[in-house]
Design a protein around this ligand. Structure first.
Ligand code: ZN
Length: 276
């Protein structure tokens, strides 16, 4: 019993959550049915082209409307306990959690799955999990990297509120105050890992560590230049510390979808700026 009591509560929290590790299904094929044009008259083709043009105009219009409908940061918060802002859209692919905006303490993504990518460890633990869409996109990113002879490994994905709470409490005890603990760990609710949309990655060239030097490795550079094609951004950029509230973290990838990721990458923005 004594031995059990001595166990870190973080370990207990982790152990309690290891039961659920579904695997992501294969990414669905997006094959489309193609008509045989030889069976159609030129008139029909012209008509179809007009139709297609109308369709693409409509798609562009819808896209613009979609853009306009993006919730701004101010629209997605409410005052929680202690006057801290709590996000109202934790399930949104574009949710922003940071030092000013907490995730609800009871928020657990309902579609967590394990991406089929190499990890730096073997155990089946919750930190292998991500939301299904993000997990599938991560698989695509890793597959393309492998094709280009870039070897990356996943290190840390989903983290529950309770685990973050346990880590924070442990650090507060260890360092003497919450303030000190906050220098090395996020307050519960303020870690983006709770969204299930983030994954920390590393490589052998970075000695399997989550360190700034990863950004200078061949793997780190490849990821910075290509992640957006798969809907990922390097969330905490150099020179953007005042906006994100975090130091440069070349290893921390965040899924936002291809459209947002491409825009953010090309404009050298942060997620916060994209949603302002
Ligand atoms: Zn991270």
């Amino acid at each position: 019993m004594k031995l059990f009591k001595k166990m870190s509560i973080g370990v207990i929290a982790l152990a309690a959550l290891t039961a659920c590790t579904p695997t992501v299904n294969q990414v669905e094929d997006h094959e489309q049915t193609v008509k045989n044009p030889s069976e159609e008259t030129a008139d029909h083709l012209q008509e179809n082209n007009d139709e297609n043009k109308k369709d693409s105009d409509q798609a562009a219009k819808n896209n613009n409307e979609e853009k306009k409908k993006l919730p701004t940061l101010a629209e997605t918060i409410t005052k929680g306990e202690n006057g801290k802002d709590v996000v109202t859209n934790p399930n949104d692919i574009l949710v922003v959690a940071n030092k000013e905006r907490r995730l609800p303490s009871d928020y657990i993504p309902d579609d967590l799955a394990e991406p089929n990518v190499p990890f730096t460890f073997e155990e089946d633990v919750p930190k292998k999990l991500m939301r299904k869409e993000a997990a599938a996109a991560l698989e695509s990113l890793f597959n393309q990297a492998e094709k280009e002879n870039i070897h990356i490994l996943a290190q840390s994905g989903y983290r529950s509120y309770e685990t973050q709470q346990a880590i924070f409490a442990y650090n507060a005890k260890r360092y003497g105050s919450e303030e000190e603990a906050n220098k090395v760990s996020a307050y519960p609710g303020e870690s983006e890992h709770q969204t299930g949309l983030s994954m920390d990655i590393t490589s052998s060239s970075a000695e399997y560590q989550l360190v700034e030097a990863f950004g200078e490795t061949k793997e780190g550079r490849w990821v910075a230049e290509n992640a957006h094609k798969f809907g990922y951004i390097v969330r905490y950029q150099k020179g953007k510390e005042q906006i994100t509230g975090y130091q440069y973290e070349p290893w921390h990838l965040r899924y936002v979808g291809i459209e947002a990721a491409s825009h953010i990458y090309k404009q050298n923005m942060t997620l916060e700026e994209y949603l302002q």
